[in-house]
Design a protein around this ligand. Structure first.
Ligand SMILES: Cc1cc2nc3c(=O)[nH]c(=O)nc-3n(C[C@H](O)[C@H](O)[C@H](O)COP(=O)(O)O)c2cc1C
Length: 183
């Protein structure tokens, strides 16, 4: 009963850097993000697609060491949000939820296209903002990588990451998180 794209989606780290991704595919991934719902339709998001190799090289240098694997992904997209334009209700500002909905749409669309997407938080935001000329009052909510999954043995990954590729990620049991009628 689960959509195939949802079941297949994973934040894999084994990217095939020799297999390019077309601009048409990237546009469809952005379109999927743009169609996401947002609180009061605020749409407080922008997408910065890094395609220029010189800019990409600089952006790769701003990744944390643990995100070394991302350098092999052909596509890097900054999902940028504007906190002041978000919708504030119940003491919560919904801009991060809105961006999260957009990102999940993008990840699912990528699976639909036969690609793999991986959202990240491990990078130096100030450096990325400077590299891409992002306004000071905006925030990079996440940097998402896209590309085809490498089909061979991913020996270019650390032992830890190779093990995660083999084992897949785990989830809490439904009984731990599902409440019917009462907490
Ligand atoms: C907001 C966010 C930030 C993340 N940051 C990183 C990151 O910096 N590096 C990384 O390897 N994975 C990162 N991940 C991926 C998560 O580790 C991954 O989604 C989680 O382990 C569940 O695995 P799955 O997506 O394969 O189901 C991030 C995920 C999200 C949603």
């Amino acid at each position: 009963m689960i959509l195939e794209e949802i079941a297949k989606r994973k934040s894999g780290r084994a990217y095939d850097h020799d297999r390019p991704v077309s601009d048409e595919m990237i546009r469809s991934i952005i379109e999927a993000g743009r169609l996401a719902p947002s609180c009061a339709n605020t749409q407080a998001w922008d997408f910065v697609v890094i395609r220029d190799p010189a800019i990409r090289e600089k952006a790769d240098e701003a990744l944390t060491g643990g995100n070394y694997w991302a350098k092999r992904a052909p596509v890097m997209i900054f999902v940028v949000t504007h906190p002041k334009d978000g919708c504030s209700v119940h003491g919560l500002n919904y801009f991060m939820m809105d961006v999260g909905l957009a990102v999940e749409n993008m990840l699912i669309q990528a699976v639909h296209l036969g690609l793999m997407g991986h959202p990240t938080a491990g990078w130096n935001e100030d450096k990325l903002k400077e590299i891409a000329g992002i306004p000071h009052d905006h925030k990079i909510a996440t940097v998402v990588f896209f590309g085809y999954e490498y089909q061979g043995e991913p020996t270019f990954l650390s032992d830890k990451h190779q093990a995660i590729e083999r084992e897949g990620s785990q989830r809490k049991e439904v009984s731990e998180v599902l409440h019917w009628n009462h907490w």
